[in-house]
Design a protein around this ligand. Structure first.
Ligand code: FPP
Length: 258
């Protein structure tokens, strides 16, 4: 009998809104509207499924380069979405946070972001993070800058720098690394998303465009995760031994200490 493995942290690169709309000879904004509705459904489904952390890559640092009208539409949509969905986040006990260069967001959106963080801060259920104006390289660059400052100030020596030093200075250090990264619309790349944290993430890539993404497809992604063997560089035999040892520790603490 194999137990169901659940990812603690699922991150989604929601992609394909524009193509979905263009396939219907509609403006790209029509795809974003539908995309935001699908995001709402997925957030509520993941909370109901008991996931610990859900991260949505909603706007990358590179997305600022899109046509002005599209960026402006997305920003308004984001602000409106947060304002409208705060009640649902409260009802579903979801805590909201953001990662990214949020000082670049328009003031009206920033206000909604800050209000949503503040209102939901004592919720104890799923943690929901929007990656907004986010780039993995920018996040790493900022962490390196911070480390350099600490070295310059004499609080840290170069020899003390290890992986934990870097992880702890990432903006996303408050969350576990993603166990499962889902990308829609069939693109096989990370597009500057969590470059450090994705080192051992399982990837699920589907051809489905984000506006067509359904609860069934989410269940399929979670099901696939359950069948993956995460070896973290070790051999299958080692991983299985570790699992048996873990199991023994869980079922019989005395046996495990011998
Ligand atoms: C990707 O599709 C989608 C985006 C860049 C923006 C997604 C953001 C929203 C829908 C705003 C609200 C966000 C949430 C999470 C409620 P694309 O435009 O890159 O599609 P394409 O690759 O087909 O052009």
């Amino acid at each position: 009998m194999s137990a169901t493995k659940r990812p603690q942290h699922v991150a989604i690169l929601l992609d394909g809104n524009g193509r979905w709309a263009e396939n219907r000879r509609r403006d790209r904004t029509f795809g974003h509207l539908k995309g935001a509705r699908v995001a709402k459904t997925m957030i509520e489904t993941c909370a109901r499924e008991g996931l610990t952390q859900l991260t949505l890559y909603a706007f990358s640092t590179e997305n600022w380069l899109r046509p002005k009208a599209e960026v402006s539409f997305l920003m308004k949509l984001l602000g409106r979405h947060l304002r409208k969905e705060r009640a649902s986040l409260m009802k579903n006990n979801i805590r909201f946070s953001v990662i990214g260069e949020i000082h670049r967001l328009p003031d009206a959106v920033l206000v909604e972001v800050q209000r949503t963080i503040e209102e939901t801060k004592n919720n104890t259920g799923m943690s929901l993070t929007f990656a907004l104006s986010y780039g993995g390289r920018q996040e790493l660059t900022e962490a390196v800058r911070e480390i350099a400052r600490e070295v310059a100030a004499g609080r840290l020596t170069p020899d003390q720098i290890d992986e934990k030093t870097i992880s702890a200075r990432l903006q996303s250090s408050f969350m576990p690394e993603p166990d499962l990264i889902i990308r829609t619309s069939g693109e096989y790349r990370l597009s500057n998303f969590m470059l450090w944290q994705a080192a051992y993430s399982e990837l699920y890539i589907t051809q489905t465009l984000w506006p067509d993404f359904t609860e069934e497809e989410l269940a399929k992604a979670l099901g696939q995760f359950n069948t993956r063997e995460r070896r973290f560089g070790r051999t299958t035999a080692q991983v299985r031994q570790i699992s048996i040892a873990d199991l023994m520790r869980l079922t019989s603490p005395r046996q495990a200490t011998v």
